[in-house]
Design a protein around this ligand. Structure first.
Ligand code: SAM
Ligand code: SF4
Length: 457
């Protein structure tokens, strides 16, 4: 088998990160191995995101930079993948000379044959058809470097057509994998040492809606929870309109389900939520937050917010700020509205000027920083279960891992702890992480198999 080098640059969300992992696995089967250095690569893939204009600009500027390597190595193959590739198709060839391959979100499983075709004929290849099946999701991608945590795609596409969003156009209609395939994949990951899985989909709450057999997201979580080696389950992203009481209750009765939910609200104004086609009101959203906190008081709640959606007045924006003050999210990904071709919002009147969007975003982010700091400070003195992932970026003597809340925790320790579940007493809550002291804690199982903890003084 050939021994060739593959460099992948990934933009965008966790879905794209996972897609890139799958590309690497498929290409391994035809002799390509990952490298961190694009200058030594035989094949470069750029996996793109198209959600906002800025993401598109970044992908093209990176493509331009990497194309220079073709001057030194004319045999280098360059492929353009993901949402932007799906959107532009063959137009990429005209925009950037020298690109060999353009393929979309439903064609990852065809990658080895596409590369073989480019190598053999040196002709340009484009594959952007939508498929009516979910071949790509069934590629088994072991996580890189014997990682403890892995992503598992449980569905693809989206049927929601939020007025601002290109995802339904670029990732196609919503399709769920059958539960047996997902459970099998999680078991295989567990055999490789994975202890935490994050179930991925654009709207995981509607998982199983179109499957013939009766299986919804809650029953999928319960099935995965039955896999002994898996210690933690997470999921993203949840859509507020489809977040059922049954799923909320899982935070109380499924011990492996981590106490974190990412629940994008987008706006606190009912008028804007309607224009966005989100399918819930701010009151309904608040009720779900109250229910989540009632069943699981320690739950960490994160969200996405867009400012400057067409027609958003200062009053609408103030309603978003008021909602943030009421809820006090643990963290928020916030964005300036970015106009996307073909979406319903593109045709809406009353566009908000760029300078005003910038002002609102800056103010909102400053408020969220205060809330995040407040939420992290409250954890000082608490005991957090941490799955140790590796060395901390802050100091050679420190290790880092994630608490069940998804917050990063740094503490003193050595590399022998990588892969271990440890307990850390939080001594300081910072804006972007927590710091603490490791405590030696014995986990004691009772006759029913429930775990309790006893702390050695
Ligand atoms: N499916 C998920 C959901 O419904 O929340 C996430 C979709 S998207 C990858 C992630 C976030 O990007 C969205 O929640 C939204 O806040 C933001 N986003 C999507 N389209 C946008 C646009 N045109 N302008 C600004 N932000 C956008
Ligand atoms: Fe986009 Fe809305 Fe679908 Fe999320 S739910 S991917 S924001 S259309």
């Amino acid at each position: 088998m050939q021994n060739k080098r593959l460099y992948i640059e990934t933009f965008g969300c966790q879905m794209n990160v996972h897609d890139s992992e799958q590309m690497a696995v498929l290409l391994q089967s035809i002799g390509y191995h990952l490298t961190d250095d694009p200058a030594t690569a035989d094949l470069i893939l750029i996996n793109t995101c198209s959600i906002r204009e800025k993401a598109e600009q970044k992908a093209f500027s990176e493509l331009g930079r990497l194309m220079k390597l073709k001057e030194v190595n004319p045999n280098l193959i360059v492929g353009f993948a993901g949402c932007l590739a799906q959107h532009l198709g063959r137009k990429v060839f005209a925009r950037v000379k020298g690109v060999d391959l353009v393929f979309g979100t439903h064609n990852i499983h065809r990658l080895p044959e596409m590369i073989a075709s480019v190598v053999k004929s040196r002709r340009k290849v484009t594959q952007i058809d939508f498929s009516s099946s979910i071949h790509s999701l069934n590629i088994f991608a072991p996580p890189p470097k014997r990682s403890l945590c892995a992503f598992v795609s449980i569905m693809q596409g989206c049927d929601n057509y939020c007025a601002y969003c290109v995802v339904p156009f670029l990732r196609g209609p919503e399709m769920s994998r059958i539960p047996e395939d997902i459970v099998h994949e999680v078991r295989e990951l567990a055999k490789l040492g994975v202890r935490e899985v994050t179930l991925l989909g654009q709207n995981v709450n509607s998982y199983g809606k179109k499957l013939s057999e009766a299986c919804n997201f809650v029953s999928l979580i319960e099935k995965i929870s039955g896999i002994k080696e898996i210690q933690r389950i997470r999921f993203t992203t949840s859509h507020p309109k489809d977040l059922s009481d049954e799923l909320i209750d899982c935070f109380a009765h499924v011990p492996k389900l981590c106490e974190h939910i990412h629940l994008p609200v987008q706006s606190g104004s009912n008028r804007i939520l309607r224009l966005m086609n989100r399918g819930y009101s701010s009151e309904e959203y608040l009720r779900k937050i109250d229910h989540l906190r009632a069943v699981c008081p320690q739950i960490s709640i994160t969200s996405d917010i867009i400012v400057g959606f067409p027609g958003e007045t200062v009053r609408d924006y103030q309603e978003t700020i008021d909602m943030m003050e009421k809820i006090r999210f643990d963290s928020v990904f916030s964005f300036k509205y970015s106009e996307r071709k073909g979406t319903a919002a593109q045709t809406l009147p009353d566009k908000v000027p760029e300078s005003e969007k910038r002002r609102r975003l800056k103010e909102l982010q400053a408020l969220q920083d205060r809330h995040t700091q407040e939420r992290n400070s409250v954890l000082e003195g608490s005991l957090q279960e941490v799955l140790v992932e590796g060395r901390s970026r802050n100091s050679e003597q420190d290790m880092m891992g994630r608490a069940r809340s998804w917050k990063i925790v740094n503490f003193k320790g050595g590399p022998e702890l990588i892969g271990e579940k440890v307990f850390v007493e939080i001594t300081r809550g910072y804006l972007h992480s927590l710091r603490g002291k490791r405590l030696i804690v014995k986990e004691v199982g009772d006759a029913a198999g429930d775990e309790g903890i006893g702390i050695d003084a």
